[in-house]
Design a protein around this ligand. Structure first.
Ligand code: ZN
Length: 443
């Protein structure tokens, strides 16, 4: 007879990088999971006395981390990966919007989202913040694959591939938001593309709806120099000033990019407690520059990390993104002490969660939080010897080192095998859709 409390899953024997407030690292640690929740975290010896797992995972030789949090992406753009490279943002957008008009159908968006989730699960990412079309379909894919998603209706000044005209966006937005209330995996937000692609009235409306539904407001801001110039010429205000004038800079606002900010704008974002999604590789690839991440952080702004879409990065690899974020600050400032590894790792986990207003739920391994975890296999020659875990996690781990992934308490990848999707079927479909796009795009 055991008087141990039964739990659904017990992970034991791994080194736990908790990313909690005390920054605890637990060698030979165990995590007990019941339903969606973490109910026990501690030394294996202690936890094993208290809990008995219906299922157990031996994590010996592995490092258990909070799942990585991708604070900005365009999921289904995976179907356009590599189709528009080495271009400036503005002609790139023109080309992408034209392609989306032709090919961003419901079916293709479902496929693109599946491709994105597969790539992210395989790389230890357990949450994505999307901005794309056919939101209900994307949310359904998240539920089917058990992937955590921040998503919601989009506002933009043209009839999108979803067939919705700007004047109908509000009604559609309400319907979409009504479908994501009290969802365990999909967290609501309201998306406005940018200050240059959404008229003032529609931006205000998007902000009002976000407030009404208690949802995060997300937009692109100050991504390129051309954007800042255009908006300033048109309105007399920078994109940041423009958003503030509309009352849209709040603690529940997340701005993607923020590459071109002056000191006053950084101070303003800090004062408003507005959050930032830093997308270093997309900013590099589109030639937009490098965001002032250490200045933002020093001012007290919460900064998460995002991959941006697969057509401007071109991967959805949060490890590469974390490393780039750290190396870029060092290189730009000629200062190797800028954005050290533990800080970069926090940005990809708990700070990302905070940027999304989800820090009470995810982002660290603590009792009471949802079990969104990744097990990283450290039994690799490129990861031994180990002197500092954060150093390896930020500068040396490759996404293929991720062995097992849990989202909301459920194992979605075990020993590299995906459990919530038929990967082969998705691959076959991706090839077929790609061939069609290629043929029509050239024709
Ligand atoms: Zn974006």
């Amino acid at each position: 007879m055991s008087d141990r409390q039964p739990v659904d899953l017990l992970i034991r024997g791994g080194t736990i990088v908790t990313v909690d407030d005390a920054d605890r690292i637990i060698p030979d640690g165990a995590v007990a999971i019941k339903g969606m929740e973490i109910v026990g975290v501690g030394a294996s010896q202690q936890i094993q006395v208290l809990y008995e797992g219906k299922d157990e995972i031996d994590a010996t030789g592995k490092v258990i981390i909070p799942g990585l949090v991708n604070t900005h992406t365009h999921l289904a753009m995976t179907i356009f990966r590599g189709i528009a490279d080495d271009m400036r943002l503005e002609p790139w957008l023109d080309k992408i919007w034209k392609l989306e008009g032709e090919f961003a159908s419901e079916e293709n968006c479902r496929l693109g989202t599946q491709l994105a989730f597969i790539e992210m699960i395989r790389g230890g990412t357990t949450l994505a913040t999307d901005m794309y079309w056919h939101i209900d379909d994307t949310n359904n894919v998240a539920r089917e694959m058990n992937f955590r998603l921040v998503n919601g209706p989009i506002f933009i000044d043209f009839v999108g591939p979803d067939g919705v005209a700007p004047e109908d966006r509000e009604a559609v937005a309400r319907k979409i938001l009504a479908n994501i209330q009290d969802d365990q995996l999909v967290h609501p937000c309201v998306l406005a593309h940018s200050t240059y692609s959404v008229p003032e009235e529609l931006l205000k409306k998007a902000g009002e709806i976000a407030e009404e539904f208690g949802a995060l407001f997300i937009t692109h801001a100050s991504e390129s120099m051309a954007e800042v110039q255009t908006v300033t010429e048109d309105s007399g205000k920078t994109p940041i000033e423009f958003l503030d004038a509309l009352g849209l800079l709040t603690p529940h606002t997340l701005l993607a990019h923020c590459v071109h900010l002056n000191d006053a704008e950084i101070a303003l974002l800090a004062k408003r407690d507005t959050k930032v999604a830093h997308c270093p590789e997309s900013n590099l690839k589109l030639g937009n520059g490098v965001a002032r991440v250490t200045d933002l952080r020093a001012a007290g702004v919460t900064v998460g990390i995002g991959t941006d879409g697969a057509a401007s990065n071109n991967d959805l690899d949060m490890w590469g993104e974390m490393r780039s974020a750290s190396l870029l600050q060092k290189g730009m400032q000629h200062d190797p002490t800028a954005l050290p590894a533990p800080q970069a790792f926090r940005m990809a986990t708990i700070e990302g969660a905070r940027a999304l207003g989800l820090e009470a739920l995810i982002g660290s391994i603590e009792v009471g939080k949802r079990a969104d975890l990744a097990l990283v296999d450290f039994e690799k020659t490129h990861l031994n010897p180990v002197y500092d875990l954060y150093s390896h996690l930020v500068y040396a781990v490759d996404r293929s080192d991720v062995d097992t992934v849990l989202i909301n308490g459920k194992v979605v990848m075990r020993e590299r095998e995906l459990l919530t999707i038929d990967e082969t079927a998705v691959l076959t479909e991706a090839k077929a859709v790609g061939a069609k796009i290629k043929a029509e795009n050239q024709g």
